[in-house]
Design a protein around this ligand. Structure first.
Ligand SMILES: O=C1O[C@H](COP(=O)(O)O)[C@@H](O)[C@H](O)[C@H]1O
Length: 220
């Protein structure tokens, strides 16, 4: 069982101030791990990176239902987009751990990234781990897939909590008034009897630092 992470919260006047501080935080860790380990492993999130604007097209498709065995969609989904993609990603991570590019946590045996830059949705989800979803309890896999994400698109792959929480450092970056309620629930004193949100399950081996802009922190 990992020790509880050291948690810091910093609030910035503007998103720009936050970005400058986050860049310096990342650069300092890059310098530190570069000297200590000879490499720096950093994980980034999606969300506001506009992945939802990607459009993927099939070159052809058979005129059958999407779940029909003859469907090209089903084939690609079963073998690649769901299991396949998660397994490929996990295999790739295993190679990088075995070759020493990614460190390995002595405590958990999972990959230990130097820094994970995580966002958080207005429902408190991190990565593609959503409130109340059974994948939040995955304890063995490094990468898993979700077929029913409540936020589109429904089909995603995601790091699991053991990988997230084996990280040396995590920056949880949250901007905008639309997330003020969930920030209040996550960091305030209310809701102690409620089931913890995914963002509250984030607990790296080293430091957890919340980077908030004023709007996101407005209800604290
Ligand atoms: O779906 C996702 O959402 C979260 C939060 O995204 P944001 O647009 O509200 O900042 C993101 O961190 C995660 O990587 C992504 O898959």
């Amino acid at each position: 069982m990992a020790a509880t992470a050291e948690k810091k919260v910093e609030v910035f006047d503007t998103e720009e101030d936050l970005a400058v501080s986050l860049a310096k935080y990342t650069a300092d860790l890059s310098d530190k791990f570069g000297k200590e380990r000879g490499s720096f492993t950093v994980v980034v999130s999606g969300g506001s990176l506009k992945w939802s604007k990607w459009h993927v097209f099939w070159v052809d498709e058979r005129v059958v239902p999407k779940d029909h065995d003859d469907s090209n969609y089903k084939l690609a989904f079963d073998l690649f987009l769901s299991q396949g993609a998660a397994d490929d990603y996990e295999t790739c991570l295993k190679h990088l751990v075995n070759s020493g590019v990614i460190a390995k946590s002595e405590a958990s045996g999972f990959p230990k990234f130097d820094l994970q830059l995580l966002g958080m949705g207005p429902d408190g989800h991190v990565a593609s781990l959503f409130p109340g979803h059974p994948l939040c309890k995955e304890s063995k896999k490094w990468v898993t897939h979700i077929l029913d994400s409540p936020k589109p698109p429904p089909e995603r792959i995601t790091f699991t909590f053991p990988v997230i929480n084996s990280s040396a450092n995590i920056a949880l970056v949250v901007c905008g008034g639309g997330k003020a309620d969930v920030v209040q629930r996550a960091l305030g004193n209310s809701g102690k009897n409620e089931e913890p949100l995914p963002c509250q399950l984030v607990s790296p081996e080293g430091e957890l630092k919340w980077f908030l802009d004023k709007a996101a922190a407005s209800k604290l």
